[in-house]
Design a binder for this molecule. Structure first.
Ligand code: GLU
Length: 305
């Protein structure tokens, strides 16, 4: 496994130059474009790492999976799905189109930005700071990394330029999807996206999902199995933006990417995978990361189908 990790990193470096860094969050253009790293965590706790696995990047959209789990635990399925749908959109992650044109006006799923902002608004707490603290504690527990923290510069950068997300959130307030303080909800969302991680953290999240919500170290159930199943299903159908169908055919495992260059993947009952490669393709997925996970899936026959 260790050797194969080195091989796929070397084999796929060539794709990096074809991608770009996301300029709509200016701070993300400071990322190391040529970084490429991979971590795998098996359910017995064994870990494999290669390449730039110590490189720190912001979790971005991958955080949507974790906030969804917390919202499901706090509010229950019925409430969550009264506000957010269960269907893929086929549109870009930040699209506004279907929010207005399809009735009733609710975001199609929790993996697109509108859905994720609605989910963040559901997290219980008196202040947005308290909500973020709770979220961070949850992330730290799942990754077994007490040092996880927020990259202030990335957070502030997105807060300054995130007008499209702001527009989505205000629209959702108007149609009753968000009933709380919009700016507070956006603050939770921008901060959860700016949590700084390594591939090890991401792979541990993947292993936690693969283990049906049972903490690998303590054996304690942290999240209901049904909620984990819901999260994995959304990852499978909507996790790779509007390339999710192609990814399902070529790789065949639940995964979620983020514009920080990360990919979280989970092989149920087997392992968690964390990838970083900040150079993105035109859909917003790590351009070399996608190829690496494809190679990994082919070699170890990981497709769940
Ligand atoms: N914070 C980013 C945004 O809202 C996350 C997008 C992503 O990673 O897909 O645009």
């Amino acid at each position: 496994m260790q050797e194969f990790i080195q091989k796929i990193i070397a084999d796929n470096k060539k794709y990096i130059e074809k991608g770009t860094l996301p300029a709509y969050i200016p701070e993300l253009t400071k990322a190391k474009k040529e970084a490429l790293g991979l971590s795998i965590v098996m359910l017995d706790g064994k870990e494999y790492h290669g390449g730039d696995h110590r490189y720190k990047f912001t979790i971005q959209s991958i955080s949507k999976v974790i906030t969804l789990l917390l919202a499901l635990e706090e509010k229950g399925e019925e409430y969550v799905f009264s506000k957010v749908g269960m269907e893929p959109t086929g549109d870009p992650f930040n699209s506004m189109l279907k929010l207005e044109t399809v009735r009733p006006s609710k975001p199609f799923n929790p993996m697109i930005n509108a859905g994720a902002i609605a989910i963040s608004s559901m997290i219980e707490g008196r202040s947005s700071m308290g909500k973020v603290e709770k979220l961070l504690a949850f992330f730290r527990q799942i990754t077994d990394n007490p040092d996880l923290t927020i990259n202030e510069n990335v957070y502030l950068s997105e807060k300054r330029t995130g007008d499209r997300n702001r527009a989505l959130a205000y629209f959702m307030k108007d149609v009753g999807v968000i009933d709380k303080d919009v700016e507070g909800s956006l603050d939770v969302y921008f901060k959860q996206c700016a949590i700084e991680v390594t591939t090890q953290d991401i792979a541990r999240i993947g292993a936690f999902l693969a283990n049906d919500g049972i903490d690998l170290k303590t054996g304690k159930t942290l999240v209901h199995k049904k909620h984990i199943k819901i999260a994995k299903t959304f990852m499978f159908t909507c996790g790779m933006y509007n390339a999710s169908g192609e990814f399902a055919i070529n790789v065949g495992i639940p995964a979620k990417s983020g514009v920080g260059g990360g990919i979280l993947a989970t092989v149920p009952g087997k392992m968690g995978i964390g990838i970083v490669g900040p150079s993105l393709d035109d859909k917003g997925n790590s351009i070399a990361g996608i190829q690496m996970i494809r190679d990994l899936s082919e070699k170890y026959k990981l497709s769940i189908l």
